[in-house]
Design a protein around this ligand. Structure first.
Ligand code: PBG
Length: 326
């Protein structure tokens, strides 16, 4: 009987040994909490497909952000849900629009204690639900949209956002936003570029979260789930246009894309664990089919292992509290 001389189990035999040799660190600072703020409500509104996540009032938003920062999260990403929408998404550009007002509130609350980010995209603000403005034929007009993104980014930086998050996948969006920010004197406002954003079914619950008016899909601007080389091209373009950080989205079904981007990017890389990833785990856990906390930690650790410096997750505050204790 030949016994093994190599015994990898040795280093797994106690919690202290496992901790000593752990290759992947997951800390509160790695986590960014996305939040929704809705205009014209007096109480937070639960989002049925995202149990535990709500559309905030301006007051409850400020409180949730303070709690997240207290828990040590690395950042906050705000999305606005306006009371009135139009074809041009003008509420997104309006300095008094719900998102810009909320950014001012939150920045006043947290100062520089965490990193405040804004979704720089039109889909929450348009009455047709697309991420850009439409041309006469009803197609998303790339270059007309860029002009609006530029104004929107400046309004968000004026309102106190540290990082702008263009998520619309328009060609040239990073460069146009960089130029507009610089021209407005916001040379310190950074860009977290949604570099590889796929046309994904996993955004389903988000549509409820922002009360999306979209009919149809976003396949003319978001990427085909089967492609990875295309993400490297988007990466090269975003870096050339001045992205300070880049993002892959969704996360779990795209860990290979995340790995490919992280291997070559010379800026920090983020991954967005999206609404559908959250909903799947919550639904399975509610049925008793998965151990909720272990599953959450495993998904976040896996996203870090694949190469994400930063993870956007709706579990950020909860996970940060748990990790902070650990
Ligand atoms: C677009 C945007 C979307 C998400 C973040 N930014 C929706 C979409 O592209 O359809 C999805 C986030 C999530 O599902 O959690 N502004």
């Amino acid at each position: 009987m030949a016994f093994p001389t190599q015994r990898p189990r040795r280093l797994r035999s106690t919690p202290a040994l496992r901790r000593l040799v752990a290759e992947t660190d997951l800390r509160p600072r790695h986590l960014v909490l996305p939040l929704f703020v809705r205009e014209g409500i007096t109480e937070p509104v639960p989002i049925a497909s995202m149990p535990g996540v709500v559309q905030h009032t301006r007051d409850s938003l400020r409180k949730a952000c303070a709690e997240a920062v207290e828990a040590g999260v690395g950042g906050l990403m705000l999305f606005g849900v306006p009371a009135v929408r139009d074809a041009g998404g003008t509420a997104g550009v309006d300095p008094d629009g719900v998102l810009n007002a909320a950014l001012r509130d939150v920045r006043a609350e947290i100062g520089d204690a965490s990193v405040l980010m804004a979704d720089t995209c039109l889909d929450e603000f348009t009455d047709h639900g697309h991420c850009g403005v439409l041309d006469a034929d009803g197609a998303v007009d790339n270059d007309a949209t860029l002009a609006v993104y530029a104004q929107m980014a400046v309004a968000q930086a004026d309102a106190g956002a540290h990082l702008l998050g263009p998520s619309g996948m328009m060609d040239g969006q990073v460069g146009v936003i960089r130029d507009a920010l610089d021209a407005a004197g916001h040379t310190d406002a950074g860009i977290l570029a949604y570099t590889a954003k796929y046309a994904s079914a996993f955004y389903g619950p988000f549509r409820e979260a922002v009360d999306s008016q979209l009919k149809g899909d976003r396949k003319t601007y978001q990427q085909d789930p089967g492609n990875v080389r295309e993400s490297l091209r988007e990466l090269a373009l975003d870096l050339d246009e001045g992205a300070d950080m880049v993002m892959v989205k969704p996360a779990l079904s795209y860990l290979d894309v995340l790995r490919a981007v992280a291997e070559v990017a010379d800026v920090p890389v983020a991954a967005y664990q999206v609404s559908g990833e959250y909903a799947m785990v919550e639904a399975a856990a509610a049925n008793g089919w998965l151990d909720r906390e272990r599953t959450i930690t495993e998904t976040l650790t896996s996203i870090r292992r694949a190469g994400a410096d930063v993870v956007l997750t709706y579990w950020a505050t909860e996970a940060a509290l748990r990790l902070g204790r650990g």
